[in-house]
Write a protein that binds this ligand. Structure first.
Ligand code: DCP
Ligand code: MG
Length: 360
């Protein structure tokens, strides 16, 4: 499928939220720090410093259990703004060295550097440079994995943690995969791991014993992925990240509309759709623009930037009517209407249940 091997870097920040807290609070450094819910609440651990991991604390563990394991730990509530800022800083660094990269979360991304002009095309030297930039510019450490596909690059970054730079070459891949427990494989979650163990599959070597046909019965459509990764094969491409600037929806009417009430009605529907799309992307918007194309194909836009993020569509209904006042709506027949939301931000508030858990 690919003539020449690709060069993929996977970058993953070390103990990300906890590292930001240790950076911003020198008194937390070299100490067990647990970011998440308070120990006396129903909260969970978002992450913890490596000092806390030595006590067996880990992400997603109930905070009460973390407290039992490590009562001397410093428990802190997450500061998402600080994490988002650090995340933006590392993404700016990625953008410096390659046109496109694929963020997986705030703290990790895949970079396809196959055509990298830096360091005579060396992906490992480039990974080292990116780590250095991250350290210098954010005061945080990252681990990098370098290999010829996404699956292996991600395994590699994990193997070098913390502050690692780990390379998996094509001739090392199969031996390494064979030796790894399957839970180290991205895409094999706890449920699949349990199922595989029941079938006697504990390591990459065990998984490789299974033919595609045999994997298909228990794992269905995922069988091919498991079959491939056991052999170090992964053709998934790095999906380039293009920061989204706006979300817009529009509709062209079969029969032109003229009544202001009809126009407002359709704008409300379009606004609802645009907000839904934004919600799916976990983003918020600060600006609203409406677009009107009249029967004579003349097109106008009217917009407003708002002081707080747009969350509630109904609060914007008066604004829709107001924006229309400044147009020919009600006079000229309209053939198309559109609503665009812009000035977007990533909304990284955790989902409701989790938000609740983070509160005191
Ligand atoms: N996170 C979370 N809840 C989880 C897992 C992670 O809120 N169950 C958050 C906190 C982490 C961040 O996402 O800091 C990144 O997740 P990672 O899995 O990369 O974990 P860390 O960066 O904290 O540690 P590591 O050094 O193992 O990557
Ligand atoms: Mg991380």
């Amino acid at each position: 499928m690919h003539d020449t091997p690709r060069k993929i870097i996977h970058i993953d920040m070390d103990a990300f939220y906890a590292a930001v807290e240790q950076r911003d609070h020198p008194q937390y450094r070299n100490k067990p720090v647990i970011v998440g819910g308070k120990p006396d609440s129903r909260g969970v651990v978002a992450t913890c410093s490596y000092e806390a991991r030595a006590f067996g604390v880990h992400s997603a563990m109930p905070s009460s259990q973390a407290y039992r394991l490590c009562p001397q730990a410093i428990f802190v509530k997450p500061r998402f703004d600080a994490y988002r800022q650090a995340s933006q800083a590392i993404r700016d660094i990625f953008g410096r060295y390659c046109d496109g990269f694929e963020p997986l979360s705030l703290d990790e991304a895949y970079l396809d550097v196959s055509n990298n002009p830096w360091f005579h095309g060396s992906a490992s030297l480039l990974a080292r440079q990116i780590k250095q930039d991250i350290r210098r510019e954010t005061g945080l450490t990252a681990s990098a994995g370098v290999s010829y596909n996404k699956f292996l690059a991600k395994i590699a970054s994990d193997l070098g943690k913390p502050d690692g730079l780990y390379i998996i070459t094509p001739d090392q891949a199969n031996t390494l995969i064979a030796s790894l427990p399957i839970r180290r494989f991205h895409g094999i979650g706890p449920a699949t791991e349990r199922k595989m163990r029941e079938l006697g599959i504990e390591t990459g070597a065990d998984l490789r014993e299974w033919s595609l046909a045999r994997l298909q019965a228990p794992f269905g459509k995922n069988a091919a992925y498991y079959h491939d990764i056991a052999r170090g094969i992964d053709h998934r491409i790095v999906n380039h990240h293009r920061p989204r600037k706006s979300v817009g929806v529009e509709t062209t009417f079969e029969h032109d509309i003229t009544a202001v009430a009809d126009i407002v009605h359709h704008l409300r529907l379009l606004l609802d759709q645009a907000l839904l799309r934004l919600n799916d992307k976990r983003m918020t918007a600060h600006a609203l623009t409406i677009k009107i194309k009249y029967r004579n194909f003349v097109q106008v836009t009217r917009g407003r930037t708002l002081p707080s993020p747009i969350t509630d569509a109904t609060r914007l209904h008066p604004l829709l009517a107001e924006l229309l006042k400044n147009t020919e709506a009600g006079h000229l027949p309209v053939r198309l209407l559109g609503v665009t939301l812009s000035a977007l931000n990533n909304d990284i508030r955790p989902p409701w249940r989790q938000l609740d858990l983070f509160q005191d």
